[in-house]
Design a protein around this ligand. Structure first.
Ligand SMILES: Cc1cc2nc3c(=O)[nH]c(=O)nc-3n(C[C@H](O)[C@H](O)[C@H](O)COP(=O)(O)OP(=O)(O)OC[C@H]3O[C@@H](n4cnc5c(N)ncnc54)[C@H](O)[C@@H]3O)c2cc1C
Length: 467
């Protein structure tokens, strides 16, 4: 091991930043690699500096926490303790045969065609999550965007995706998205949430144990009230309408079993639908490294170690739970890594506060998960001619035929039979929908590369090396 141990952190969101800072403060040299041009990940996404936005014009959460992370990063970058590689997209990571080192391969440059390799003693995977997208008639019309995508446009580019917006789907992300859009001047015609308020009430004792989170939720609700946003719980969007572009959505009320109530549908005019059905963890790199997954999440121990030596994981990659949980996990991972790379057994008492926060927040997010699941009847509302896999233009009817008369009973076979998941996104978007429509289990896709790689990069020896 080098005298000053070297850690690569993939992802500069809350988890990656907390991990990088905790490790750097304890004598570890850190290379922080992120596909984005600025640190912060999704939660602390910053507007492009070229926009010249001041603090008041920036839609932001938890400014003080962000300032502490940003100042820490700047300080360590100035001393050379942290090297931050922005606009570097990691496409593969592997343990070097015959050594304990791990090599991370990234693409950089304006056209993302320059290969960069980073070799280090350990890696922290803090790659976050992505939105679950479920289809419905009309969902491919221009004007339909994901809820997180709408939020990213607002935070990163300070633009609204439209003027009259319906926010719909399910999950706690819908609240900040609707509140953020309304505060920024959009007319939010409705917030359509398929979960029932009763389900929330049933979990009230667990949720009430997190007063900070409840206060955050109440703050968003107050903003919605102030802007006159109509909230439609236990409702869903059954169809998006328009010729060439979205002009309206049909919204229907749901019964207790998640089925549309007869006569319970009405139309809402809008130019944008921001829709989301929860999130899933990014596990490609963990899977390539051979880490065991637990369901859809990277499995970690109490130190945030995966079962592959030298590989830690934190944040949404280990399970969707929000930014505060990501910060706690990142901090624990960074401290554990620093101790282990210096050859010491870490003392968990030193991160007891973060471990308590992690426990509380995991319980809280498990409670939310049980409330915000896509309604069981969603597949019945997807017509046979609805496109499910946009990359390969595979319809719901194609998937049903492959699962029914052709006997496809797992995602891989369905992909071979229909091409769903063979396109550019490699099933990241359509796999949950294909699983739901076919009735087969959703399993994270196994992809040797975390993103498409130019053949030229694969054919040439590793580019610039940063060891
Ligand atoms: C689009 C979107 C919008 C969201 N908006 C909100 C919100 O408004 N409020 C809220 O409470 N929560 C929001 N969330 C949830 C929020 O992301 C998390 O709670 C929190 O940011 C998780 O922190 P993290 O560090 O685990 O992951 P993230 O913040 O997602 O950070 C992961 C980082 O890893 C980088 N990365 C991933 N893969 C690679 C790779 N292969 N190579 C290089 N870099 C990589 C990404 O660029 C990103 O910067 C949003 C999530 C999404 C997906």
């Amino acid at each position: 091991m080098a005298e000053q141990p070297h850690l690569t952190v993939v992802g500069a969101g809350p988890a990656g930043l907390a991990g990088a800072l905790a490790a750097a403060e304890r004598g570890v040299r850190v290379t922080l690699v992120d596909a984005a041009g600025r640190p912060g990940g999704q939660f602390f996404r910053q507007p492009d500096p070229a926009l010249g936005a001041d603090r008041k014009q920036t839609p932001h959460h938890e400014w003080r926490v962000w300032k502490r992370l940003r100042d820490g990063l700047d300080r360590h970058r100035a001393t050379g303790r942290i090297t931050h590689l922005t606009d570097h997209h990691v496409w593969c990571a592997e343990r070097d045969p015959g050594s304990t080192e791990i090599t991370v391969y990234a693409l950089a440059g304006a056209t993302q065609e320059e290969g960069v390799t980073v070799r280090s003693d350990a890696v922290l995977l803090a790659t976050g999550g992505y939105e679950r997208v479920l289809p419905f008639p009309g969902w491919t019309l221009p004007g339909v965007v994901t809820a997180g995508g709408a939020q990213a446009m607002l935070k990163g580019s300070l633009v609204l995706p439209g003027r009259k917006i319906v926010v719909a789907g399910t999950g706690p992300l819908l609240l900040p998205v609707a509140a953020g859009l309304a505060s920024a001047g959009a007319q939010v015609a409705a917030l359509v949430e398929s979960a029932s308020p009763r389900a929330l009430l049933r979990r009230a004792p667990v949720l009430a144990a997190q007063p900070g989170k409840l206060a955050e939720g109440a703050g968003y609700a107050a903003r919605l009230l102030r802007h006159g946003v109509r909230v439609l719980p236990r409702h869903t969007v059954v169809e998006a309408h328009g010729t060439g572009r979205l002009t309206a959505v049909t919204v229907a009320s749901l019964d207790r079993r998640g089925r549309v109530r007869p006569g319970g549908a009405h139309r809402i005019a809008c130019d944008t639908l921001a829709v989301g059905h929860g999130m899933l963890p990014h596990t490609d790199l963990a899977d390539t490294l051979g880490c065991t997954l637990s369901g859809t999440d990277v499995r970690v121990d109490s130190e945030q170690r995966t079962d592959v030596p030298g590989v830690w994981a934190a944040g949404e990659a280990t399970g969707i739970g929000g930014a505060a949980l990501a910060l706690a996990e990142g901090h624990i991972a960074g401290r554990s890594i620093a101790a282990r790379l210096h050859g010491n057994a870490p003392d968990p008492c030193q991160w007891a506060a973060a471990a308590r926060a992690r426990k509380r927040l995991r319980t809280f997010s498990a409670a939310l998960d049980s409330v915000y699941a896509p309604p069981p009847g969603w597949t019945d509302r997807v017509a046979d001619d609805t496109v499910v896999c946009r990359c390969e233009e595979v319809t719901a009817g194609d998937v049903r035929t492959a699962a029914g008369s052709l006997g496809g009973s797992d995602l891989r076979t369905l992909k071979l039979l229909t091409r769903a998941g063979m396109g550019w996104c490699q099933g990241r978007m359509c796999a949950p929908a294909v699983a739901g429509l076919s009735g087969c289990a959703f399993t994270p896709g196994r992809r040797p590369f975390a993103r498409p790689v130019p053949l030229g990069v694969l054919a040439t020896p590793p580019g610039q090396r940063l060891d």
